[in-house]
Design a protein around this ligand. Structure first.
Ligand code: ADP
Ligand code: MG
Length: 347
């Protein structure tokens, strides 16, 4: 009974999200306990983002967070001709001056490319475009086309130094795997700067919280989406953290009975077929959780568990293609699963 209730909360939250199309609208209401609650939504980075903040500074905080998200989108969009990423992708190999934020994020992405053994690679844009994942005009490229495009990839080919970035002539960057998590960190900082001590940020399914609990003392409850349906596989109770999920269900197409999903294996240039249906990462930094949700999805169950054992400092919930749920021991007690098939992963 309790579990069904939790799933109901999640579905209600998703419905609310869909109906919140008012761009940058912020409204404030007082809830029953007298704690002021404000919420606002913004469409950015290809997704609806909703922020709920408690306390008197909520409205001001949300406005600052929305401004920050919009500012970062302008720097990192692949399609906006005025963005820094667009400038890099159209630089024909020349050096491009970038902001401190972009420099830092690119350095992080290059570092994570190495640490994940290439599973996270922000230079797959030409391959993603060939599949139509960038436009929605989907097609299946042939092997020759893919191998030719793969020659352009390699995050290790990006040079970042002293506010300047250069990439080889045909290499193109796409920050889709990490931008939302990083924007969440920046939005959380903006909220805190305005004095907000309790808030929930939902950036298109990326959840980030501020404060260990809501003002009434209850912990945050985050529903983990079922990759095979509209419901949830369970509910996680958390304090201040990021809970970020990657799944093939986010964007895919079907051709001749085969489903092609938007997370690519950089090794093959084809949708990752790792046996995982979704990967949720729980940790303190949105940027890191976002990077890991994408790359551990590419790695598959065994390598993801090995990565977790070697790198610590985060927890995860993995769902396999056959419906198995794997939860690391740091959060196992805080995860109320709707599934019978749960395995606790230990160090
Ligand atoms: P979502 O954006 O759907 O929440 P992710 O964070 O997993 O999901 O990011 C997926 C996006 O990252 C893709 O849409 C694509 O733009 C890009 N991408 C796909 N495969 C990779 C990869 N192996 N490494 C880095 N970026 C990738
Ligand atoms: Mg990601």
């Amino acid at each position: 009974m309790k579990k069904n209730l939790a799933a109901g909360v999640l579905i209600a939250a998703l419905l609310m999200l869909n109906s919140c199309s008012a761009d940058k609208a912020v409204d404030s209401t007082a809830n029953v306990s007298g704690d002021k609650k404000s919420s606002g939504s913004v469409f950015a980075m290809d997704t609806y983002m909703t922020i709920t903040a408690y306390g008197n500074n909520g409205k001001k905080g949300i406005e600052a967070a929305q401004k920050e998200i919009t500012r970062l989108e302008k720097l990192w969009s692949v399609t906006d001709e005025n963005s820094e990423i667009y400038a890099i992708n159209h630089s024909s190999g020349a050096e491009v001056p970038v902001s401190a934020e972009t420099e830092e994020l690119l350095k992080f992405a290059i570092d994570m490319h190495g640490k994940t053994n290439g599973a996270l690679d922000i230079t797959l844009y030409p391959v993603l475009r060939a599949w139509g994942f960038t436009t929605g005009e989907y097609r299946v490229p042939d092997d020759g086309e893919i191998s030719e495009l793969l020659e352009r990839k390699g995050a290790d080919k990006i040079t970042v130094d002293n506010g300047k970035v250069s990439v080889p002539e045909k290499t193109e960057i796409d920050l889709g795997a990490i931008a939302k998590g990083c924007a969440g960190d920046a939005a959380a900082r903006a909220l805190k700067e305005q004095g907000v001590t309790s808030a929930l940020l939902d950036l298109g399914g990326n959840i980030q919280t501020i404060g260990d609990a809501k003002p009434d003392g209850t912990k945050w409850k985050v529903g983990i989406r079922d990759p095979f349906g509209d419901g949830s596989i369970g509910t996680l109770t958390v304090g201040e953290c990021a809970v970020i999920t990657s799944g093939g269900y986010e964007r895919f197409f079907e051709q001749d009975g085969v489903i092609y999903k938007h997370i690519l294996d950089p090794e093959t240039g084809r949708p990752a077929e790792s046996g995982l249906a979704s990967v949720t990462i729980i940790g303190s930094e949105g940027r890191m959780c976002d990077a890991l949700s994408t790359s551990l999805y590419v790695m598959g169950l065994d390598d993801a568990c090995a990565y977790w054992r070697d790198n610590g400092d985060f927890d995860m919930i993995l769902v396999t293609d056959d419906g198995g749920v794997y939860v690391t021991d740091g959060i196992a007690e805080r995860f109320a699963s709707n599934s019978e098939d749960v395995t606790v992963v230990e160090r």
